[in-house]
Design a protein around this ligand. Sequence first.
Ligand code: ZN
Length: 258
Amino acid sequence: MINIPDNGLRALSQRGSYWMSGEKLQIYLYPSSVPHRTKIAQVYVHWLRDTSLSFEFVSDPRDSDIRILYKAGGSWSYVGSDALVISKSKPTMQIGWTGKDVLYHEVGHSLGLLHEHQNPDGGIEWNSDVVYRELALPPNNWDRRTIEHNVLNAVNPTTVDNTAFDQNSVMMYFFPDSWVANGPGTHENGVPSVMDLEHIVSLYPKPIDNEVKDFIRDFPKIRTLQATHLKYAAAALGLSTAGNKRELQTRLRTYLNR
Ligand SMILES: [Zn+2]
């Protein structure tokens, strides 16, 4: 299973945990992580492909924003820019086992993403007795507070940007059917879903050139644009990129007085 340090709790649901637009993330690898450098780079490239963010590896932890340690015993990461307040002598991400999927999940945290099963739109009704009992057992050995933090508590909807609930999100844990009261359980996902990537793009949109701005101003096309492009458009015009496709369309129309 995947864990988050307790001191990540405070910021878990806070909008203030995003990186600055256009930022180049400085990543330090502890010696145990160096053999995984290529894989780590692939995972960051995958997540950041269509965003304004980039990254580079640095050799001195004092110059770093994110510090990745491979060490048996658990996988976790601070959420987004919360890593900046952690001592430069400590990791901000730990990878407890190999496998590309865990890296995608933890890197998702490092970019500001939370657990999808705690999406306030998820509507999961837990069989909490079963969840408390099972997660108290090895290998997790979690106490009630950790179980609530990592699984049962939905995040406060007023402090997060969220998409519709996404079963395919790499930010989802696997849950057996018996843990969920209102329907089948969930499956674990190996790579970011389309919605995961769209969400990251909406948080860190690339700047848009004037040609695209003209295109956006051509009203009939607003209807034909996909949500991702609407988010680009909203960002280019300095508007909020939060909300679903319909809300984005309304916001753009209002802005354009049409
Ligand atoms: Zn996690």
